[in-house]
Design a protein around this ligand. Structure first.
Ligand code: 13P
Length: 255
């Protein structure tokens, strides 16, 4: 059985003080626990330490994620952050391959694959993103496109504990646009991702890997996605920036 996961990607929002306040609000509203749902928040890099302290002080089960990493251990890579640095501030997850990083910063599947390997070597769980553009969707080749991304992003990975690798399917045309994929759209691609994982890692491992949907997910629509067989949770952008709406999505996943 896969535990559901609700992950909040704060993107480039929340200063240090704002981030601490938002984290405190989430922790307070989830004080009675999250049941079987794994809850993850991904603040900007400079907020990680402060948010980590909030989570530790509250003895919260909410886990901390970074939004990016570099694969080298240390050295002359100005502006970059290593896996060990993320661990040192309490991050146990890291988003990689977000379409904004692929699109604005030129990240390739090869980069994403290297990042996954570096994170896993440090026992940090990658939340590896994939998803097609509107152009690809309109051409009807979205399933093959995403399957190819998955194959490239997971190349040579060794997954022994399937709870330690997470995939997020985020159709680019649905991110921040209010244009949500339907639950059936999400299942079509997430089902194809699962089949690909079976081919690569075998059924036992593939059955344990969480596949999240992302793209204008909000309290009103998350329940519909979660009903689908291969959708195990959500990676939430805009709706994760208010404690109330994020917590509502966690509660929806608990039902
Ligand atoms: P929105 O929920 O704002 O559409 O963002 C989705 C996303 O990109 C999460 O990583």
């Amino acid at each position: 059985m896969r535990n559901r996961m609700i992950a909040g990607n704060w993107k480039m929002n929340e200063t240090f003080a704002e981030g601490v306040e938002l984290a405190q609000g989430i922790v307070d509203q989830l004080a009675s626990g999250t049941g079987n749902v794994d809850v993850v928040i991904a603040p900007p890099l400079v907020d990680l330490k402060g948010v980590s302290e909030v989570l530790t002080q509250a003895n919260s089960s909410v886990a901390l994620s970074a939004q990016n990493v570099y694969w080298e251990e240390s050295g002359a890579f100005t502006g970059e952050t290593s896996p060990a640095m993320l661990t040192s501030v309490g991050a146990t997850y890291c988003i990689i391959g977000h379409s904004e990083r692929r699109g604005y910063f030129g990240e390739t599947d090869e980069d994403i694959n290297r990042k996954a390997k570096a994170l896993m070597a440090h026992d940090i769980v990658p939340i590896s993103c994939c998803g097609e553009s509107l152009e690809v969707r309109n051409a009807g080749t979205h399933v093959q496109f995403v399957v190819d991304q998955i194959k490239a992003d997971t190349k040579g990975l060794e997954i022994t504990d399937p709870s330690k690798y997470v995939i997020a399917y985020e159709p680019i045309w649905a991110i921040g646009t209010g244009m949500t994929a339907t639950a059936d759209d999400a299942q079509e691609v997430c089902g194809a991702i699962r089949k690909t994982l079976v081919e690569i890692f075998g059924a036992e491992i593939a059955d344990g890997i969480r596949i999240l949907y992302g793209g204008s997910a909000k309290p009103e629509n998350v329940g519909g996605f979660l009903e689908k067989e291969d959708v195990d949770g959500a990676l939430v952008g805009g709706a994760s920036l208010k404690a109330g709406s994020f917590v509502a999505m966690v509660k929806s996943a608990m039902n």
